[in-house]
Ligand binder design. Structure first.
Ligand SMILES: [Zn+2]
Length: 364
């Protein structure tokens, strides 16, 4: 039996009836290509349980979700509650928009929590249907995120705080399997049933052979599904507020409404801030669910009021072509000082420079 040090070597050796797994042992990580029965009897049945399945790129797979809550940072948050919040939106989009009967959906829930971390994996098995690839699963989850942002502002916190890991929809993703734990830990994923071959093999994300129909999926902007880059993508940083921005938020609260959520784009020194108001100046009336937001631009010391509603994008012309509104001059020195010094940014994201400042949170 061959053990491979690289993914490519495992792909090269793999036969058509074999699946690729990654294990971790005392000598590090390695890949194997084997049938489900072989993997079960050689590893899991003998207690070697630090395994991931490799979700091959461009091959059909089930909808898979990874939820993580750092309990030391968020002691009051229960991962089950994150799941309950997310589940209703996913189910709504699958049943209402994809017209999949609820009776056709089976959800496999895997838990592996301890005192420090609340963790869950969820795999959706849909009768006779499957996603074309992990990129399509990612695109669907981005549609879920946009839907929650637009329609259920208060639930958006599950994405903002990264309790839902949106970075997992990459090429050849490794995903920990039922009955397995991270190396060096004893935090085994369990679904409450005995770990048998049937239980384990019935809980994989990617089947070896597929005869199910592909569910048509597009990105939220209707483009073709794309893989995540492995980082958090073009999403900016939620919650990061440099000291000089705090007085600007107070000014906005005084003039407009208080800021409920801030999303920073450090490469462009812009900050998109949701407001606690649905009163829309472009519509001239309240929205039922959309809230207003402002985009702060530190470089020209200005801000613009914007609306999440797609209908308002055209209504807001020519307003959006005018220069932004200036903040009071007395707040400027602190901003200038901030701009003129090297900034310690919590996380520079690879694609952040390419992002239009308000792109990710505008709902089309
Ligand atoms: Zn509006």
């Amino acid at each position: 039996m061959a053990v491979h040090r690289t993914q490519q070597a495992a792909f090269d050796a793999r036969k058509s009836n074999e699946k690729i797994f990654q294990n971790q042992g005392d000598s590090g990580r390695y890949y194997v290509a084997m049938t489900l029965e072989e993997y079960w009897s050689r590893y899991l049945a003998t207690g070697i349980r630090c395994g991931c399945e490799l979700i091959e790129k461009d091959k059909p797979c089930h909808l898979f979700i990874d939820l993580d809550v750092n309990k030391e940072k968020y002691p009051q948050i229960d991962v089950n509650q994150i799941w309950v919040t997310l589940e209703k939106h996913i189910d709504f989009l699958l049943t209402e928009y994809r017209e999949i009967p609820m009776a056709d959906i089976t959800k496999q829930l895997h838990f592996s929590s301890n005192a420090k971390k609340g963790s869950m994996h969820i795999i959706y098995q849909i009768k006779g249907k499957i996603f074309q690839s992990a990129a399509h699963v990612g695109a669907f989850m981005r549609c879920v995120q946009q839907y929650v942002d637009e329609e259920n502002e208060s639930d958006a916190v599950i994405f903002d705080n990264r309790f839902v890991d949106m970075g997992i929809y990459t090429q050849n993703r490794l995903f920990r399997m039922l009955g397995c734990t991270k190396y060096g830990q004893q935090r085994y994923l369990t679904n409450g049933n005995d770990l048998t071959f049937q239980n384990w093999s019935g809980n994989l994300v990617q089947p070896l052979v597929n005869d199910a129909d592909i569910i048509p999926i597009a990105e939220p902007d209707n483009s073709s599904p794309r893989y995540s880059s492995g980082g958090t993508g073009c999403s900016g940083i939620t919650g990061w507020t440099p000291d000089c921005v705090a007085p600007l938020l107070e000014y906005i609260a005084e003039k407009h409404a208080s800021v409920t959520r801030i999303h920073a784009f450090p490469m462009t020194f812009t900050f998109a801030c949701n407001l606690a108001t649905k009163m829309c100046p472009f519509k001239g009336d309240d929205h039922s669910s959309n809230v207003l937001y402002v985009v702060i631009n530190l470089v020209d010391f200005s801000y613009r009021v914007r609306c999440h509603s797609s209908k308002c994008h055209s209504r807001a012309q020519p307003e959006n072509n005018l220069p932004g509104r200036k903040f009071p001059e007395e707040l400027k020195p602190a901003v200038d000082e901030f701009l003129n010094h090297a900034v310690d940014i919590p996380a520079i994201l690879p694609d952040a420079a390419k992002c239009a400042p308000d792109l990710p949170i505008v709902c089309e």
